[in-house]
Design a protein around this ligand. Structure first.
Ligand SMILES: Cc1cc2nc3c(=O)[nH]c(=O)nc-3n(C[C@H](O)[C@H](O)[C@H](O)COP(=O)(O)OP(=O)(O)OC[C@H]3O[C@@H](n4cnc5c(N)ncnc54)[C@H](O)[C@@H]3O)c2cc1C
Length: 312
């Protein structure tokens, strides 16, 4: 029974990199692992999951009502196959943070959140206080472990696997109390904020929704995802799903460029794992310069057009 089940995250066409990162965490736990892909018409996603290094079996549960990522339906499917597993892992993305507590509740166990390092099969590390402290979590060995994996802390496993794919029948009925209406995403065709290799963010200093076009057009020149501080989101300059930080998204791009963001601790916690941090802020004393690898004390409204000219 010492086996791990990973819940695959996908958009119906592509597997999210968060699944390959969960696979790395499962490998660190030191047990064999399987992956379950839930959705509708998911053969392509299942093949991508089967290629993840270390995957034992990929189970597909294909049903019309599983096409939208409703935790109410997905949790029932996972619980129905939980018997064979000691550990059940999902990503600490919006999807995982919605789904995993529901699975834990149905199984009658507590959830372990945001695993950032594995010390043993039931012994983990996770950040608390906006990443200012790391806590050791010892989970009870007798209980099933349901956990989210802090995806910014893990590299993806490679695609050298060739797992078998097995179909399972859906056991859940379409939910009667929760309806999926639509997905509204601010990023458009841009790379997903949580998996983009480059991210460009704007803060309160952008001063208007129109000015955020500067961020979007610069991002498009280098194929970057776009983010924002909470102050920019709260001011209505950009959609809420662009928020980076403690109460937004925790990201780990290779390159993070922050324009007019002061560097509050709640924002920094979201970018700690970024490769190179570049900050442009007209206040040379702004705290963001303490974490930036490259800093420019300058007016963003001068710098962005200059950068666009150089790149364009
Ligand atoms: C419980 C809690 C959770 C929170 N969660 C988050 C979170 O997830 N994410 C988050 O971001 N914040 C979060 N916050 C808010 C956080 O504390 C800060 O208030 C917020 O990050 C500030 O956003 P900002 O840097 O855009 O704005 P400000 O702090 O107002 O900074 C604006 C910066 O722009 C600079 N600037 C002004 N004009 C220009 C210009 N023309 N060119 C260049 N620079 C310029 C200024 O020098 C200043 O440094 C949270 C707060 C709390 C209490």
């Amino acid at each position: 029974m010492s086996r791990t089940l990973i819940i695959a995250e996908h958009d119906g066409a592509s597997l999210s990199p968060s699944t390959a990162k969960c696979a790395n965490c499962a490998t660190a736990i030191g047990q064999e692992f399987d992956i379950v892909v839930m959705g509708s018409s998911i053969n392509e996603v299942a093949s991508q999951a089967a290629a993840l290094n270390g995957a034992g079996t990929v189970f597909t549960i294909d049903a019309e009502h599983l096409a939208s990522p409703l935790a109410a339906s997905h949790a029932s499917e996972v619980v129905a196959m939980a018997d064979g597993y000691s550990h059940i892992l999902g990503p600490s993305s919006t999807y995982g943070r919605d789904l995993m507590p529901r699975i834990a509740a149905l199984l009658g166990v507590n959830q372990v959140s945001d695993i950032s390092a594995v010390e043993g099969a039931h012994h983990f590390k996770r950040p608390i206080y906006a990443g200012n402290a790391i806590v050791d979590v010892q989970a009870p060995e007798a209980a099933k472990l349901v956990a989210t994996v802090r995806i910014a802390s893990w590299k993806a496993v490679d695609n050298s696997g060739s797992a078998a794919v097995e179909e399972r029948s859906a056991v859940s009925a379409p939910s009667t109390h929760t309806r999926y209406i639509k997905l509204e995403s601010g990023g458009g065709e841009r790379p997903d904020l949580q998996s983009a290799a480059r991210v460009i963010s704007g803060g309160r200093a952008m001063a208007s929704e129109e000015n955020f076009d500067l961020i979007y057009s610069l991002a498009d020149l280098i194929g970057a995802g776009t983010g924002a501080s909470r102050a920019a989101v709260d001011a209505g300059y950009c959609p809420n799903d662009m928020q980076v930080g403690q109460t937004g998204k925790i990201i780990s791009p290779d390159l993070y460029i922050a324009f007019g963001i002061s560097g509050a601790i709640q924002h920094i916690t979201g970018i700690k794992d970024a490769g190179t941090i570049v900050a442009v802020n007209k206040d040379a004393e702004a705290p963001i310069f303490e974490v930036a690898d490259i800093g420019l004390a300058a007016d963003l409204f001068t710098v962005i057009p200059e950068m666009k000219q150089l790149l364009g």
